[in-house]
Every structure is written in C-alpha cells, then in structure tokens.
Write a protein that binds this ligand. Sequence first.
Ligand code: ASN
Length: 314
Amino acid sequence: MLAQLEDAVKYLKRKELLSILKIQTTVLKALEDFMVSRGFIQLMPIITSRFTDPLGPDPGSSVVALPKIKYYDEELVLTQSMILHKQLSLLTGADKIFIMSPNVRLEDKARRTTGRHLFEFTQMDFEIAYGTMKDVMSLTEDMLCEVISRVLKERGEELELLGRKLEIPPRPFKVYTTHELEEEYGKNWEILASLENKYPFWVLCFKREFYDREDPENPGHYRNYDLIYPEGFGEGLSGGEREWEYDKIIARIERDGLDPSRYREYLYIAKRGLLIPSAGAGIGVERLVRFLVGAKHIGDVQPFRRVPGEPVFL
Ligand code: ASN
C-alpha cells in the first residue's frame, strides 16, 4: 500500500501534469466565456437526485451498477448525466443553459485499457430551447475552434513541453451516419474512423436513450449526433434533439425495458405537457483536454485518476 502511495505521489509530481492542468484551466475558461458570450445561462450541477440518465441502450456505455446513496429514508442516485434535469431546467424560462456537470458512471472494468473511459468525469452539458441539431452542430464547431485558438494563443509553452502540435480544424466538419460507418468499418467504427481522420467529424443517427428524438419522418432513425476526435481519440461530445411528448417518452421507456416508476416525477411533468422541444449535448472535459494535449490515456490528465478497474489511491 505504501509503495503504491509513493507511486501516486510521484504521479502527482510529473512535470507533464502541471502543463496539462494549465491547459485545462484555459480550456475551462474558454468554454465558459464562449457559452456566456452566446447568451447561455450557467446552472450549478446536481450530483444527487431521485432519477438520472439510464445510459442505455447506448453502445457507448457499459455501466455495471447504478450509483446510489441512502439519506435518511430516501434512496438517491448519483448523476450519470443531467440530461433529464436539463430538460426540466427549461421550465425556468431560460432558453439556453449550460452546466459543468460531474458524472459518476460505474463502467465495466474491461474499459480500463480503452484510453478514453473514466468512472468519474465532468462534462459541459448544454441545452437550447426549441433548438435543432443544426444549431448544436454549428455552435459546437465554433466552440471547439475558439477553445483551440485560445490554447494555441495562451499555452504555447505547455504544448511544446508536451510535444503536441495543434491545428484549428477547417469548417464545416465532415458528417457521416452510423449506418455508413458501420458498413465501412464494422462494429469498431468509432476508433477506426477516428484513426483515419485528420480533423474532428460528426456522426449522426444512434439508436439510444429514450430522450433522444426519433425522426418523425423516418421512423427507426434518430435526430442525434456524436462529435468524434481524430487520431484515434474517439468520441468527445454527444447529444440530440429531444422527445418532449409524454406518449412518445413512455413508449420509448417501454421499448427499452426500463421501469417507468424510476422516472415517476419526470413523467409526471411530461404528462402535464410542460416539457418543450429542445436540443443539446454534453462535451466531456477530460476527453477534450486529452485530445488537446495528446495524452495516451485519459486517466493521465486527472491528478486523481478514476479509471474503471484501476484501484483508487487518493
Ligand atoms: N449529455 C448528453 C446529452 O446531452 C447525455 C449523456 O451524457 N448521456 O445528450
């Protein structure tokens, strides 16, 4: 135990880590400045609730258990993502919101070596009332280019120390569908297509959680999207247009074999017709930093690593 603790101390003292944390500081500031400049209202995150994102069915998720805590007589869950609360927060009348939101996802320990999974991380989650996938994609491209430009301007020394060359990607980003990529690369398309691309690109149409909107004109197709980083770094952001009508939401919950009583309060509000159409996404902060600094493993950008299957020392 002590020898391992010594390693954790050495790990904290790596000179690369300090450079990574300086770059992360610029990234967080650039993200917040960008969102505020576009009229978004910042909310504080919640980390306990009566319900959270089911994270399934989603090929991107492999959670082995729902994180729960007991508080007096209440059983609460820890946030897997704030998606359902993003929809509810639009009841305030805010039309664009964002949150730096910590998530706990107890991923399968087999994900230790993917290089891109953590069981505790932060995403910048945002939602636009009456927004469309086009709005989110165009906003994201502006955001990413702005963040890269800030890092290049403010953190040249750190990038040099890390041996990382960065470029502002040309716009608009390329767009593919999951169907095209699966046909071309097979099941492991995310990494194979990521390795072959020089710039970030979009992938549309994932059959996943009940809150992402099915295309009403094209049933079996979905109005959602992922942003994939190049060079093998893989997925960095995912989101979609949302279902807001009770009948559709409940039908999808049943399709997915979920227990509707887990979402009782959310469904009550949906049934009252209070949810509105929206679109949004969440961009993983550690994944973004990993891509920008070119780290081999995402755990390497965390001072206190939270990698599935790795012991926690500090
Ligand atoms: N943040 C994602 C979204 O907005 C949801 C997630 O993280 N699972 O769709």
